[in-house]
Design a protein around this ligand. Structure first.
Ligand code: G3H
Ligand code: 13P
Ligand code: ZN
Length: 307
C-alpha cells in the first residue's frame, strides 16, 4: 500500500480501544523488522524518525526506503516524525512525504506550546497530514516526590482541554510517569493510569504514550554477559500496557527495547564468532530478533489482526 495517513489508522484504534506501536528506526534493518512484523501480524504500524535519525540516514534515503517497503505489503504503514521541535522540521518532513508529524513544544510555556503547535497543525493539515503534540514533561515518578511537584510535571487535564482546542492537534502525548531510555523507574513502576482515563474522557482524541519500552531483563543480562555495562535499567511491564490502553492510549512509542535487543544479539555473535567479518552475519540475526520483539509488542498492544 502507499504510506497511510496516521489519522486514518487512529479512527479504528480509538473506536476499538487498542494501540498502534511506533517503532523508531534509522537504518535498513530496523525498518525491515517493523514492516515485516506488521505484515506477518496483520497489524497497522507506525515507523518513526527522530531529527537525529534523519541526520544519520538522510531524509530522502529514509523516505524512499519506507515508501518502497510499504508498497510491498498489504498492511498500512505510517511514516512519522518523532519529537520535531522546530516548525522547519515539520515543514521539511511534511514536504518529504511523512504521513504524520510530532511537534514537541513541551519544554515551552503553555501559551508558547499552543502557538507553536497551531503553526505546525496549520501547515500539516493543509497537506492532509496528522499532527501529534505533547503537553507536560516526561519523567519517572520517584517515591519521594510530593503531589504538588508531581502534578506540576504531569499533563493537567484542564490545560489539555484548552491546549487541544486552541492548537488543533489530532493526537496528544501525555506525561503520566514514563520517561525515555532504559532507566524509567527507581522502585516500583509508577504510572498515573487514572490521569490517562480523565484526559481521555475530556478530550476523546487519540492519546500517545512515550517512553514505553519494557527494558527486557534478558536483553540487558545478555548485553552485560558479553562485555556491556547497563545497570539499574527498568521499564514497563505487560500489565502497564494493558491498563494504559484500556484507559485510552492509542499509540505506544518504542525505541529502547529495539536498541537493547539489537545490542544484545550483536554482542553475542561478535563474541561467539571471532573470525566472522561479513556484516550480514551480524546484522541479519539482530534484525530477526528485533522483528520478534515488534511482533510481541503488536500482540500486547492489541493491534495484531487489526489491519
Ligand atoms: O524519543 C526519542 C527516541 O528514542 C529517538 O531517539 O533522538 O536518539 O534518535 P534519538
Ligand atoms: P523508549 O525510550 O521507552 O523506547 O521511548 C521511545 C519514545 O518515546 C520515542 O518517542
Ligand atoms: Zn518520545
Amino acid at each position: 500500500m502507499p504510506l497511510e495517513i496516521l489519522g486514518r489508522m487512529y479512527e479504528k484504534a480509538n473506536r476499538e480501544y487498542y494501540a498502534i506501536g511506533q517503532f523508531n528506526f534509522s537504518n535498513l534493518e530496523f525498518l525491515q523488522a517493523a514492516v515485516e512484523a506488521a505484515e506477518e501480524m496483520k497489524s497497522p504500524v507506525i515507523v518513526a524518525l527522530s531529527t537525529g535519525a534523519i541526520k544519520y540516514g538522510g531524509i530522502k534515503n529514509l523516505v524512499a526506503l519506507t515508501r518502497t517497503m510499504a508498497e510491498q505489503v498489504s498492511v498500512p504503514v505510517a511514516l512519522h516524525l518523532d519529537h520535531g521541535e522546530k516548525i522547519d522540521d515539520i515543514k521539511r518532513c511534511v514536504d518529504a512525504g511523512f504521513t504524520s508529524v510530532m511537534i514537541d513544544g513541551s519544554h515551552h510555556s503553555l501559551d508558547e506550546n499552543i502557538a507553536l503547535t497551531r503553526q505546525a497543525a496549520e501547515y500539516a493539515h493543509g497537506k492532509g497530514i496528522t499532527v501529534e503534540a505533547e503537553l507536560g514533561r516526561l519523567g519517572g515518578i520517584e517515591d519521594d516526590i510530593n503531589v504538588d511537584e508531581r502534578d506540576a510535571r504531569l499533563t493537567d487535564p484542564d490545560e489539555a482541554v484548552r491546549f487541544v482546542k486552541e492548537s488543533g492537534c489530532d493526537a496528544l502525548a501525555v506525561a503520566v510517569g514514563t520517561s525515555h531510555g532504559a532507566y524509567k523507574f527507581k522502585g516500583e513502576n509508577r504510572i498515573d493510569f487514572d490521569r490517562i482515563k480523565t484526559i481521555k474522557s475530556r478530550l476523546g482524541i487519540p492519546l500517545v504514550l512515550h517512553g514505553a519500552s519494557s527494558v527486557d531483563a534478558q536483553s540487558v543480562a545478555q548485553i552485560n554477559e558479553y562485555g556491556g555495562k547497563i545497570e539499574g535499567a527498568k521499564g514497563l511491564d505487560a500489565e502497564s500496557y494493558a491498563r494504559a490502553i484500556k484507559n485510552g492510549i492509542n499509540k505506544v512509542n518504542i525505541d529502547t527495547d529495539l536498541r537493547l535487543k539489537w545490542t544484545a544479539v550483536l554482542r553475542k555473535i561478535m563474541h561467539d564468532k571471532p573470525g566472522e567479518f561479513d556484516p550480514r552475519k551480524f546484522l541479519g540475526p539482530a534484525r530477526d530478533a528485533v522483528k520478534e520483539i515488534i511482533k510481541e509488542k503488536m500482540k500486547l498492544l492489541g493491534s495484531a489482526g487489526k489491519a
